[in-house]
Ligand binder design. Structure first.
Ligand code: IMP
Ligand code: MG
Length: 173
């Protein structure tokens, strides 16, 4: 699209997702894994990542909101859709699209830890560490990026652009 600048290409994403899948496969060898997708942004990443993981795994989905339709964080996190299955005793990996302030994630970690998983780790495609306000630990990061508003590959701007196969920024930014 003409009004977008590509930040991370489709090829770069594919390559990195493959690497992450390999790493996760090694790290969890001999175990079963439960991937938790944070909707909607994490969906493209989780689907592609799951195909690169050579383990028995479950996928579950959760929807939370922290942003409304604007570009800035509201700081309010709300569960829109909870998991379908219990996670007690499971090795859980949260799959996120992007971590910005970290508020969404630290809230998720808190409520999921209360459910007593065997382990709980975090995998994010993108990390924007500049605006972090929490000390949440991220185990797997696809790409660390500057503090710019990005879209595509699951990430939206006002609910649009999720279908773009690469990560981009709006040109007039
Ligand atoms: P946090 O709670 O500030 O870490 O925000 C995390 C959520 O905000 C992400 O899961 C995204 O849904 C959204 N978000 C943060 N930065 C961006 C961005 O640059 N583009 C699109 N969505 C974003
Ligand atoms: Mg998200």
């Amino acid at each position: 699209m003409e009004h977008l600048d590509i930040l991370i290409s489709e090829e770069e994403i594919k390559k990195r997702v493959k690497e992450l899948g390999k790493q996760i496969t090694q790290d969890y060898r001999g175990k079963e894994l439960c991937l938790i997708c944070v909707l909607k942004g994490g969906v493209m990443f989780m689907v592609d990542l799951a195909k690169e993981i050579d383990l028995l795994l479950e996928m579950d989905f959760m929807a939370v909101s922290s942003y409304g339709n604007e570009k800035t964080s509201s700081g309010v996190v709300k569960i829109i859709k909870d998991l379908d299955e219990p996670i007690e005793g499971k090795h859980v990996l949260i799959v996120e699209d992007i971590i910005d302030s970290g508020r969404t994630l630290s809230y998720l970690v808190k409520i999921l830890n209360d459910r007593k998983p065997a382990s709980l780790r975090i995998c994010t495609l993108l990390d924007k560490p500049e605006k972090r306000v929490t000390d949440v630990r991220v185990d797997y990061v696809g790409f660390t990026i500057e503090d710019k508003f990005v879209l595509g590959y699951g990430l939206d701007y006002m609910q649009k652009y999720r279908n773009i196969p690469y990560i981009a920024v709006l040109k007039d930014e």
